[in-house]
Design a protein around this ligand. Structure first.
Ligand code: SAH
Length: 459
């Protein structure tokens, strides 16, 4: 992040705009909107500047720029058409530690003016860091359609009740839950539909009938985060990620997905790696339970789908026994994510009528699988956690009668920008893995559908 967005209180602060043209007038108008005390310095001024002066909104110093004028100013904007003057303003402001902005010249700016969506008291600022103001403006236009003007009224209404709610509900967590109910439910609906009075009445009813016990109740969300691409999250996953107090995540959850979790939430890594467990499973079960018992909203984020090789069942069994409320949100499992992004349909009328998911994790160096079921014709076998045991897997399948030339794919970090796909046969795939040294996580797909990759790969 090159620039930190800050919302500055300019009320009654002295600010200078150097320049008398249209751009200077626009900047002066913006500062005035935020109630700054604005002086314009210019030997000549445009008609729009004159209009602002006549209306008593800004004052005008009819002179050329002089460094003396900067004394006790909070910030200065230079917007003349003379590059020498603009630079002069910049250097003097720097010397005096006054915030400075030179219009259309990012290298001479301490701060930049964002593109603004004003739904006061809600204000959205968008910046491209000076790289493309037009793109920032386009984004603002899109947000304009998403955030109708009524959001300003909604914010004003709840603003009036902040102190009341603070006095009524003792903890931050309870207040947050109360406000989430208000802002996601009927109150917001009424106000956004223009029924402000009804909205306020509903808010008062909610406040009078608030159930303290319910607001204190903890809950666990067991959520599938999908295979990596954040756009593969479900709406529900995203909503719960946005309201969690604490998040337990593991190694498979991508950084891009984690970035979408509520920023104030506490993030706790409980990753598991082959042959190495950061936090053991029963300890994880216990952690989820304890945090929920403290009244927190606990998000357990798991790669893919929590109920597919995710031990999700064990985690919620502990919660169910302790009568802690929970929800399970499915995610896109690695098999469907990797298959789609590799252009390998898992079933196909011509090649495969069924699909089996198995774990390829070794137990004491062995794979305990139902081999005769895995070597049947016209089916697809997807192997999770199969990299370390790949030589054993290949040998056993061949031994149990799978033809050596059966196509097989190895997919590394599917659906992410690091995705790689290697196509081979079940006999040769271990050698490919040995040579290419793929980076975990990897998935193996076996069956004739793999040949379709050649024509259907798109990602
Ligand atoms: N619950 C998860 C699976 C967890 S087991 C799910 O539904 O996807 C972990 C295994 O999943 C890894 O060893 C790997 O085989 C597979 N896997 C998960 N994400 C993957 C990805 N992005 N690319 C390839 N394989 C992946």
């Amino acid at each position: 992040m090159e620039y930190l967005p800050l919302f500055v209180d300019l009320k009654d602060r002295k600010c200078i705009v150097v320049g008398g043209g249209e751009i200077a007038a626009r900047k002066a108008g913006l500062l005035r909107k935020a109630n700054a005390v604005v002086s314009i310095i210019a030997p000549e001024i445009s008609s729009s500047t004159q209009a602002m002066i006549d209306a008593g909104e800004v004052s005008w110093l009819n002179t050329i720029f002089d460094a003396e004028l900067l004394s006790d100013q909070f910030l200065v904007i230079a917007a003349t058409d003379d590059e020498v003057v603009n630079r002069d303003v910049y250097h003097h402001a720097k010397a005096k530690n006054i915030l400075v902005n030179v219009a259309d010249c990012p290298e001479l700016c301490d701060f930049i003016l964002p593109s603004i969506l004003d739904r006061s008291p809600i204000v959205v600022a968008i910046s491209s860091g000076g790289k493309s103001p037009i793109l920032a403006r386009q984004l603002r236009a899109r947000l304009e359609t998403l955030i109708p003007p009524s959001y300003g009224r909604l914010a004003t209404l709840v603003g009036r009740y902040r102190d009341v709610v603070k006095n009524r509900l003792s903890t931050l967590a309870m207040r947050r839950r109360f406000w989430e109910t208000v802002l996601q439910g009927k109150v917001a609906n009424h106000v956004l539909a223009g029924r402000d009075e009804l909205g306020e009445q509903t808010l008062n009813e909610l406040l009078d009938n608030v159930d303290h016990a319910e607001l204190k109740q903890g809950e666990v969300y067991l959520v599938g985060a999908g295979p990596g691409d954040p756009e593969l999250l479900t709406f529900k996953a995203l909503r719960l990620m946005q309201q969690a107090d604490v998040v337990f995540y593991d190694r498979l959850v991508s950084k891009e997905v984690l970035d979408l979790v509520r920023r104030e939430a506490e993030l706790i890594y409980v990753g598991k790696q082959r042959a190495w467990h950061a936090v053991r499973q029963d300890a994880i079960n216990q952690l989820l339970l304890e945090h929920a018992q403290q009244g927190k909203r606990v998000l357990r984020l798991k790669g893919g789908d929590p109920f597919i090789f995710g031990r999700g069942g064990e985690e919620i069994a502990t919660l169910a026994a302790a009568k802690i409320p929970f929800q399970v949100v499915p995610g896109i499992t690695a098999a469907s994510g990797c298959a789609s992004y590799a252009g390998i349909p898992l079933t196909h009328r011509d090649y495969s009528q069924s699909c089996i998911f198995v774990t390829g994790q070794l137990k004491e160096g062995e794979l305990d699988l139902n081999w005769s079921a895995l070597v049947q014709p016209r089916q697809t076998v997807v192997v999770y956690m199969g990299l370390a045991g790949l030589p054993t897997l290949s040998q056993q399948l061949l031994k149990h009668g799978l033809p050596a030339d059966t196509p097989a794919a190895l997919i590394q970090q599917g659906t992410t920008e690091h995705q790689k796909v290697w196509i081979s046969t079940i006999a040769d795939l271990p050698a490919v893995a040995e040579r290419e040294q793929p980076i975990a996580p990897t998935l193996v797909i076996i069956g004739h559908v793999v040949t379709l990759h050649k024509s259907l790969a798109w990602f």
